[in-house]
Design a protein around this ligand. Sequence first.
Ligand SMILES: O=CC(=O)O
Length: 568
Amino acid sequence: MSSGIPTFSDKALENLDKLSITDITDNPLPALSQTAVKIRDALDYIEAVKARFMEDEPEVYDEFLLLMNDFRNHGINTTGVINRIRQLFHEHPDLVTSFDKFLTPRYSAGATPVSEEDEVEDEESEGSGTASPGAAGSRAATPTQQDLHRIGSLSAKVDGEPTIAYIQRVKRQCDAETWDQFMAILARQYDDPESFDEEEMIRDVEELFEDHPELIPGTRPKIVITRYLGPEAAALISPVDSYEVVLWPEDRSCGREWILENVPGASALVVTVVDKVFPHEILRSLQTYGTPGDNLRVVSTMSVGYEHLDVQAIASRGIKIGYTPEVLTDAVADIAVMLALMASRNVRETMQIVDQGRWPNFNWAPFLFCGPQIGSSPVSPQRTVGFIGFGRISQATLARLIPFGITDCLYTGNPQNKPDMDRDESLRQKLGLRSLRRVNLDELAIESDAVFVLAPGGPSTYHVVNETFLKKMKKTSILVNAARGSLVDSDALAQALREKWIWGAGVDVVEGEPNVTQDHPLVKEPRCAVIPHIGSATTETRVGMATLAIENAIAVLTDNPMPKELLL
Ligand SMILES: O=CC(=O)O
């Protein structure tokens, strides 16, 4: 069938007890009752619509779900829903055809819009009994309008959470026996529609999920957010009230106690780069609630770096991790260039002259405060930049430096990854560089006029810039760190500046931050421009990061692919 909705033999219309989500989604079915087939057809249809539209036209899928909900709540009648489906899917005739299979012959007979008279007549003749097993007869597994009402029934009860997502959540979070009991409760409404009592069904489901309160229909997945992330991000969570949002209300870091108190029962945890308390404590805290990771499905950080997360521990519990690469590339590349200029042009020291009111007594002299020019010039026709790490941010920084007159580029890469000569050659040509080469750390230190540290933190890059490295650098060179403090040995850098092994430094990150005070060795060095980790701090970038962090979390909760999942 073109719709992707399978048909079933009569033999398959048996044995409701054997129904499970595996039957519904994964395997050829051994034997299904008529009721089970109907449920499955409805779910399959919703899944097919979702697959068709979710990626490129999510609004069509949303509209379809709303339509089903409206129908279920009698906000629209059968004629209305049929006509709207035909409009909505007018470019997808297979979906219209599949939908017709849910209808009685009267409605499905033609593709032309149906009239109000048809509606009245049909509802009179159909009554409520057509969904009962006894009425299956020749129409076998074809659900009726009544069944269509029921497609929406679950979604209404889960407070806006799409039916499929709710059912998949139940499947994921309960054992096989509970799942079978759940399906049996749902199937009752199909088997005996006349005495079906919705309140009773909800009560039974509530009782069934006594130990899993988050699965009770109407109980929304809980999202814990450690900081208000601005109106754009907030708008992503609030419109349908699909989530129970627990938000730290103050404009300062929430601290570990607050996270530990609130994370039990949460399905998603959204954090920032300053929330360093997990995962050990959090996972321990979850143990008091249930098996760690049972409820918590995603940790989403509003940062590209993830050294504050024990990613291995989180991932090993099946919890997904979201992060925010790309959106901050430009902002961090801007800061890297700024720090390079600040370091080479003595900005820290010269601004202090003004700040301290010493300008009036400042004795101008031809070479006072002169630093190395960042780009090439007739006096120094070659200028080489070196990048420790050559990812997106390094490449964006390099592109920004080209107009200054950079002539050559060196970089070090992750030893696990092979050099990509073709990529390097095409980048070299594109940027008009004389050379662009991957080298080892020694060569990079020796040859570069400016070294940019832009690699991820963590054990494999710990103190790559140390005394040995700094001693190899040119006396006129500068060092910029806009990555993570842990890559640079602060004491060695302070000594290098003090003893003039290198010219200057600019750092946005310092090991041990934010505990960096006036007596920190780097702060005491006038040739070191220190700024407090503001690399991504443009309004546009932070909005992008905040919304991406929330989108990552919501994607997991709605069983969609995460826009930016950290894959280990
Ligand atoms: O440092 C900032 C980030 O990791 O996003």
